[in-house]
Design a protein around this ligand. Sequence first.
Ligand code: TYM
Length: 333
Amino acid sequence: MTEKKIVFSGIQPTGCITIGNYIGAISQWKILQKKYFCIYCIADLHAITICPEKYILNKNILDTLSICLACGIKPEESIIFIQSHVPQHAQLNWVLNCFTNFGELKRMTQFKEKQYSNKNVNIGLFNYPVLMAADVLLYQTNKIPVGKDQIQHIELTRNIARRFNSIYGNIFKIPETIINKNGFCIKSLLNPKKKMSKSDINTNNFISLFDDDILVKKKINNAITDSDNPSIIKYDLYRKPGISNLLNILSNITGISIKKLEVELKNETYNDLKKYLIKELCSFLKEIREKYYFYRKNEKYLNNIIFSGAEIAKKYANVSIDKVFNAIGLYKI
Ligand code: TYM
């Protein structure tokens, strides 16, 4: 194993990737790869819980990989692979199912939400957090960079690991969450009390990394601001959730602190803030899109990355699977 601390995270290949995914997760992944041994996974097994069409899933997997590369994930520095290419994830998932209580999964807020919005409430959807636990624990992960919506799942992962260790000894590392303090939850543009989500039916609620200038302009111009008086530009999640969300996005993509932005925009209107954000977002997304198209058309290169990514991942995963199977007493020839 490596000397460096291990970082693991994943993303579902579900079509569009939002600016929320970028700020909450991918931008952190990019920074962490300099210091840690980073393992990033395209969670295609998680994506089938919503039963996407075959062609669409297939396309989304390479789209998501290309977007990750375009956002600065470097295959020379990090391991990037497709979850289903490493069968040990599903193997450990089954073992961990036997150490997870039904009641624990019933309490997962994401499942509760999805239960009501999905027509197809399958067991995969219910079991989803245990597969996440398997993803993380398989690599003896130290740190998991995610957005706020995943914290409950990581807490469950830690509980499962502790429970397993308390019976069989020190088999799993207990991982910690890393949250981007300023971007832990980017909110919906039309309802800033709700998370910005790529699965939102109304696409005006989110900015996709694939959105062109016209769409960005339309969506930001329609974004909810706040009806308070006076209409000063100030970060205040309670009184000004809409403006705070726009400031947050602006700060994360420009790297200018919210405090500095507040000073800079002291005498400006909400409309000026929107104009500023549109300009910055358009140039930010243009650069990502250009890189995305460059990678996306080179399928041979993409296949090489995920092939070697999976080969390395399997080596690490096998060490944990052997340890676990041994610990629980499965017979080995
Ligand atoms: P997914 O694909 O829904 O989201 C990928 C990452 O983006 C973060 N995120 C956000 N962060 C801030 N603001 C938002 N509005 C926002 N929306 C999404 C998510 O928190 C996540 O970090 N189950 C996971 C994928 C996964 C995984 C794992 C993550 C599979 N195995 C193991 C960590 C460890 C998921 O569906 O993420």
